[in-house]
Ligand binder design. Structure first.
Ligand code: NAD
Length: 486
């Protein structure tokens, strides 16, 4: 029922132009803006994150993202003419076609913006959307339902289906046209396997153990302040939070001191959201136990402040590279630190983990920073800022490599991925052309023509090309005088 309703609505929706769809969706932006404080409260209560984070990361990002999308979508989704080098007598255009009925499955950590930043492009591109948000944060998803309820949309075009993982699994089994999933690596694997059974295309936005590289020439106070925020904002429950620090050995001790100082300044009741999903506490406990067993240094933190808050925690020392905090996503206010001697070392240490969502390099030598950035295996590398901040930039493609998943949300890539490319091609010469020389009956003349034509495209330099084309022309003339034209 869900999908037949969605598909019936999608037929009408896809028949509209992109600007018409955008116009129908504008009231959603208006309502989100008009009720920004009320909705920020909802997200704050639903997820537990500080109000300032709900306002900036969920509401603010949603508004800027929608504004960019509404302004850019028509250009980005327009038809693209493609010149044909082998068949210059023909012309082709690539059109973007919506997938149909898309399933979006969301996580609980940024419970409004993450699903909304996929729902909106999918709708603008002409799809119907079924949203299955995280069962941990149902109220934030109801905001999306409410703002889309203010828009003139065909019935069933957007459907919110609340429930746990079993509901997500059922919806995939029912066969949507595409799945856009954001969540953990473990669930991502299940989602991909379920999609493979149909098969259905899927995009996977999965976890990260993102790293920050601090060079010896960096502004250490600034870098320490960035690291403290990057590792702990949203309670550290961010796919792109700083979980690993690579610090040049010559400044290792002084940077550690400054970072501890910055982490000490965090007021847990004011700045640090609680653990949103209680099950996450077990991961923190396991990673801290592993660090203790390995005899690692914990210069600050390491203990729970109450049932729902872990103190901002730094783990360092000999053996950290083998520890769970270094190699697995903790998804909490925990950061592991090691030292490097050369840029090559930093790159190697960075690239040894299986995932790569974002990374950052802190240095005052921008040339060095850029060179290192190009070698880091991560979907986004920021110089002198936290990669996660760029999640709010609507123009940028978002996504990772390795176990961070594949496909992109946001930006032109994210929007275009809500569609598939359809090529329409035709003759430049009118409705009909002469019979094709490679059609039946096959003959030796035809072989001569096709060989010379192929070799003309592989020839070195203009003279050789012209020679081959002339030869192909002669073969064509012979062929056409010997075989019927139709
Ligand atoms: P999760 O994998 O536990 O759940 C994500 C969603 O999948 C939920 O809606 C859940 O109900 C659903 N689900 C669970 N089992 C399913 C199944 N078998 N079939 C279909 N759906 C199923 O993730 P989470 O704990 O909600 O979110 C935290 C994770 O998400 C972290 O690993 C984080 O790094 C990642 N994340 C990634 C990004 C990104 O952009 N790359 C953004 C945010 C979060």
């Amino acid at each position: 029922m869900t999908w037949s309703k969605a598909r019936a609505a999608q037929v009408h929706w896809a028949a509209l132009t992109v600007p018409e769809r955008v116009d129908r969706l504008r009231p959603a932006l208006r309502m989100l803006a008009d009720r920004i404080d009320e909705f920020a409260d909802t997200v704050h209560r639903d997820n537990g994150k500080p109000r300032v984070e709900a306002l900036a990361h969920d509401l603010g990002n949603s508004l800027t993202h929608m504004r960019w999308l509404f302004d850019s979508a028509a250009d980005l989704l327009g038809p693209t003419p493609v010149p044909l080098s082998v068949l210059p007598n023909r012309r082709a255009t690539v059109h973007r076609v919506p997938w149909g009925a898309v399933l979006i499955i969301g996580p609980w950590n940024v419970p409004l913006f993450i699903p909304l930043s996929e729902v909106m492009p999918a709708l603008v591109a002409g799809n119907a959307v079924v949203l299955k948000p995280s069962e941990v944060t149902p109220a934030s998803a109801r905001i999306i339902e409410e703002i889309l309820g203010a828009c003139d949309l065909p019935e069933g075009l957007f459907q919110l289906i609340q429930g746990d993982g079993s509901v997500g699994a059922r919806l995939i089994a029912e066969g949507p046209d595409k799945v856009m999933f954001t969540g953990s690596v473990a669930t991502g694997r299940k989602v991909m396997a379920a999609c493979a059974a149909h098969p259905i295309p899927c995009t996977l936005e999965l976890g990260g153990i993102d790293a920050m590289v601090v060079c010896e020439d960096a502004d250490l106070e600034y870098a320490a302040s960035a690291a403290a925020w990057g590792a702990t904002f949203n309670g550290g429950q961010v796919c792109a939070s700083v979980e690993r620090l690579l610090v040049h050995s010559s400044i290792r001790d002084v940077f550690l001191e400054r970072l501890v100082d910055q982490l000490e300044r965090i007021d847990p009741t004011r700045d640090l959201g609680p653990i949103t999903f209680a099950g996450q506490r077990a991961v923190y406990e396991a990673h801290l136990a592993d660090a203790r067993e390995r005899g690692l240094e914990v210069p600050i933190g390491g203990q729970f402040l109450d049932d729902s808050r872990l103190a901002p925690t730094l783990v360092a020392g000999e053996g950290v590279l083998d520890s769970s905090v270094w190699n697995e996503e903790t998804f909490g206010p925990v950061v592991a630190m090691t030292a490097f001697d050369t840029d090559d070392d930093a790159v190697r240490l960075h690239n040894t983990v299986s995932c790569g969502l974002t990374a950052s390099v802190f240095t005052t030598d921008l040339g060095r920073g850029r060179r290192m950035a190009r070698r880091l295996r991560a979907g986004l590398v920021s110089l002198n800022d936290i990669g996660a901040t760029l999640y709010g930039q609507p123009e940028l493609p978002w996504g990772g490599v390795g176990t961070s998943g594949f496909g992109r949300s946001h930006g032109a890539n994210g929007l275009v991925d809500c569609t598939w490319p359809q090529v329409i091609e035709e003759s430049r010469l009118g409705a009909m052309e002469p019979k094709r020389p490679w059609w039946y009956p096959y003959s030796a003349d035809q072989e001569d023509l096709l060989r010379e034509f192929a070799l003309a495209h592989a020839a070195d330099g203009k003279r050789q090309t012209v020679k081959r084309l002339a030869s192909a022309g002669r073969a064509a003339a012979t062929l056409f005088t010997r075989t019927p034209r139709r």
